[in-house]
Ligand binder design. Structure first.
Ligand SMILES: *Cc1c(COP(=O)(O)O)cnc(C)c1O
Length: 375
């Protein structure tokens, strides 16, 4: 198919950022230089968390979080199935078992009650994902983790800049991870950032991202088996420029979500994403609507086909992880009725900083036409 006239997502890189990247390319240091420290500092300032460790992707960050917390074979980690596969994969990289817990039908984030039911003597950690930029119920999950002596990891890859009662997402867990793939709120092409208050965990993850070199090791000394999960000066330079614009980016994305709601709220065949949560600030990652409960997966396919024919990019976020072929060997401990029901009917609409208001209206008109056709 031809590329859509209105894509699902599109990166937003300014000429000034391109100039800054070019300047870095003309410098002698393309890795482990001054931009790395500067980009990391931007995250300690944003989150109020003392230590930040830049890595080559969000997935790499989640992997290092599992390693630093010494999660391994025989351990269970509770994670949602209705999310991107990276967190569950990180659990499997270290030989631990992901245990899927169901989600809340309104926020689409982990249900604390379902998490509590999944806890047993093998449970070591909870991964709270802030899906689509909507804050997970951190007060409840922090309390649960504390009561059961579990580590709490925030997968904040979709929620840069979100807050709960003015407290930044990323500052609730033992470790939190952000990501900068081109469809995220900010991008470095590929990249991720880990934040933690624990100096020991931070130092260990710095070593693991750099081939297992301890802080006192020279280039050819390796205290342990590590990885090359470094983020280049090129990526860090782009990230610094993007972080400077973060407030404006988040404002525009909120405006886009608002315009979508204005044009779609009268359509009873659609369930719109929650957009007001007391005390919370959402960081809009994508705008995911879903068909009302009476509709089927086949109805969704018809709607998506209509949108694609109108050259509008859309996505089926998310296909549950526990139903992926790669997870056929992972037993599902509990039923996941909300996950399975919601996932059949979601449609992600075009969402990016530079989408203009008339493009949003075009998407909404096409969507309304398509959903009227299925009922
Ligand atoms: C984007 C994302 C990640 C990390 O993705 P990378 O492509 O590895 O940077 C992890 N979890 C969630 C929920 C994400 O959306």
């Amino acid at each position: 198919m031809n590329s859509p006239k209105i894509p699902l997502s599109s990166p937003d890189v300014t000429e000034a950022e391109i100039e800054a990247v070019a300047a870095t390319l003309r410098s002698p240091q393309l890795s482990l230089g001054p931009r790395l420290a500067e980009f990391e500092t931007a995250f300690t300032l944003l989150t109020g968390v003392e230590h930040a460790v830049a890595v080559s992707s969000g997935t790499a960050g989640l992997h290092l979080a599992m390693l630093a917390l010494e999660i391994g074979a025989g351990d269970e980690v509770i994670v949602p199935s209705f999310t991107f596969i990276a967190a569950a994969n990180a659990i499997r990289y270290v030989g631990a078992t992901p245990v899927f817990a169901d989600i809340d039908s309104v926020t689409l984030n982990l249900s604390p009650a379902a998490v509590e039911r999944a806890i047993n003597s093998r449970t070591r950690a909870i991964v709270a994902v802030h899906t689509f930029g909507i804050p997970a119920n951190m007060p409840a999950l922090v309390a649960l983790a504390g009561r059961h002596h579990l580590a709490l990891i925030e997968d904040a890859c979709e929620a840069l800049g979100a807050t709960i009662d003015s407290q930044p997402i990323g500052s609730f867990g033992d470790i939190a991870v952000f990501a900068f793939y081109p469809n995220k709120q900010i991008t470095t092409g590929e990249g991720g950032m880990i934040v933690t208050r624990d100096a020991g965990l931070a130092s260990h993850m710095r070593s693991l991202r750099n081939q297992g070199r301890a802080p006192t090791d020279s280039w050819l000394q390796h205290t342990e088996i590590g990885y090359n999960y470094r983020l280049s000066e090129i990526g860090c330079t782009l990230g610094i420029g993007q972080m400077r614009r973060l407030p404006a980016i988040l404002d525009r994305r909120e405006e886009i979500a608002h315009i979508y709601r204005q044009h779609l709220s009268a359509e009873r065949r659609l369930i719109l994403p929650i957009d007001e949560m007391p005390g919370c600030c959402i960081s809009w990652f994508v705008y995911v609507v879903r068909l009302a409960d009476k509709f089927t997966a086949a109805d969704r396919e018809l709607v998506i086909r209509e949108l694609e024919q109108a050259a509008i990019g859309c996505g089926r976020y998310f296909a549950p992880i526990h139903l992926q072929p790669a997870y056929a060997d992972v037993p599902v401990a509990a039923d996941l009725p909300v996950t399975e029901s919601v996932a059949l009917r979601t449609i992600a609409l075009p969402f990016f900083n530079r989408i203009n208001d008339s493009q949003i209206v075009t998407v909404c008109d096409a969507l309304k036409l398509a959903v009227r056709r299925i009922s």
